[in-house]
Design a protein around this ligand. Structure first.
Ligand code: PGA
Length: 250
């Protein structure tokens, strides 16, 4: 089965009502008037905007997701948002295990896996992030680290319909640095091999690349065989840039 590319925007902690709705509406309108395209487009605004953005995207092919969820359905977890709440607000996807969560909130693979399970329980597609640090890469341990994250973070029952993997080298996020095409190709093939025996139909699971993806490098990255789309941070906040990245998959 051919894997359809997914261009996902992670707004992180950006987006007040005015700018967020303008950006979402611009993308929804462009997508609706573009006709058939060869990619899916997803935006993940902050939780405060999910319901509003999902409302704006309704009737267009634009997909909407959350940036994180708690593993539990509800309860005494001040400040957290459950997968059920995101689904209730109109999200269809949720990012889990982003390196900023792994670092800032000390999330382990086991925590990420529980969050991915929660996403599935709520009917959401989990976008499970993995990626090595600069020190790990320099020590020649990138493949080992990523294999361990993939093995530890994917829940039972993960498949190409309910789970997407995002490979994001930590040192490439928000730095303007990107891995070379050869390194990306090698790591994505490595991840695909790691999925063998762990998930049903590994060939159907999409593996996104993330880390300073921009219009100028997207064409080269998206042309790599095992790269099934992009997880875009900074450039997803500018409609023209995000659209230009997606256009490389048209
Ligand atoms: P960046 O972020 O595109 O700004 O590097 C990517 C991400 O963190 O998902």
């Amino acid at each position: 089965m051919a894997r359809r590319k997914l261009i996902a925007g992670n707004w992180k902690m950006n987006g007040l009502f005015g700018e967020g709705t303008t950006l979402a509406k611009t993308l929804a309108d462009r997508l609706a008037s573009a006709g058939p395209v060869g990619f899916d487009m997803l935006i993940c605004p902050p939780a405060t905007l999910v319901r509003t953005v999902a409302g704006l995207a309704a009737g267009s092919p634009l997909l909407v997701g959350g940036q994180d969820c708690h593993a539990k359905e509800k309860g005494a977890h001040t400040g957290d948002v459950s997968a059920e709440m995101l689904a209730d607000a109109g999200a269809g996807h949720v990012i889990v295990g982003h390196s900023e969560r792994r670092q800032d909130h000390r999330e382990s693979d086991a925590v990420v896996r529980a969050k991915a399970e929660a996403a599935h329980r709520a009917g959401l597609v989990a976008i499970v992030c993995v990626g090595e640090t600069r020190e790990e890469r320099d020590a020649g341990r990138a493949e080992e680290i990523v294999a361990r994250q993939v093995g530890g973070s994917l829940p039972e029952g993960a498949d190409g319909a309910n789970t997407v993997i995002a490979y994001e080298p930590v040192w490439a996020i928000g730095t303007g640095l990107t891995a070379t095409a050869a390194d990306v190709a090698g790591m994505h093939a490595h991840i695909r091999r790691e999925l063998e025996g762990k998930v049903a139909s590994p060939g159907e699971m999409r593996i996104l690349y993330g880390g300073s993806v921009k219009p100028s490098n997207a064409g080269e990255l998206m042309a790599i065989g095992d790269v099934d789309g992009a997880l875009v941070g900074g450039a997803s906040l500018v409609a023209d840039d995000f659209w230009a990245i997606a256009e490389t998959c048209r």
